[in-house]
Design a protein around this ligand. Structure first.
Ligand code: AMP
Ligand code: ZN
Length: 112
């Protein structure tokens, strides 16, 4: 946990968010500025700065992706499709420095 990290504060319930999924290692909540009809962020409860800080052996990315896929199924957006996305660094526009996977779906997405 990082004291001044926005997403750590959301995990600690110091800042409100609409929770989409939670277990002992993963927290997921709806994005405050949705870029799609369904836009959920999946974060590890343990603070990790970015995808660049992830080591292969800790499996955090596969864990987040697994929860995102299961949530997509629960929300029934797997019927029509969805996108999983990670931003890293200024060129990609990463704004919050706590690793997160975006789940976007529920409507036609602009093609990358
Ligand atoms: P990124 O640009 O990949 O770092 O994504 C950060 C995301 O966090 C953006 O899509 C923001 O809209 C979202 N965000 C920022 N503050 C909040 C908040 N308080 N609750 C939910 N989502 C937020
Ligand atoms: Zn954090």
């Amino acid at each position: 946990m990082a004291d001044d990290c926005l997403f750590c504060k959301i995990i600690r319930r110091e800042i409100p968010a609409k929770v989409a999924y939670e277990d002992d290692q993963v927290f997921a909540f709806y994005d405050i500025e949705p870029a799609a009809p369904v836009h959920v962020l999946f974060v590890p409860k343990k603070h990790v700065d970015s995808i660049q800080s992830v080591s292969e052996k800790d499996g955090v990315l596969s864990m987040l992706a697994d929860r995102a896929v299961k949530t997509a199924e629960k929300l029934a957006i797997d019927q029509t499709g969805y996108r999983l996305l990670v931003n890293y660094g200024p060129d990609a526009g990463q704004t919050v420095h706590h690793l997160h996977i975006h789940l976007l779906g529920g409507g036609k997405l602009s093609h990358l």
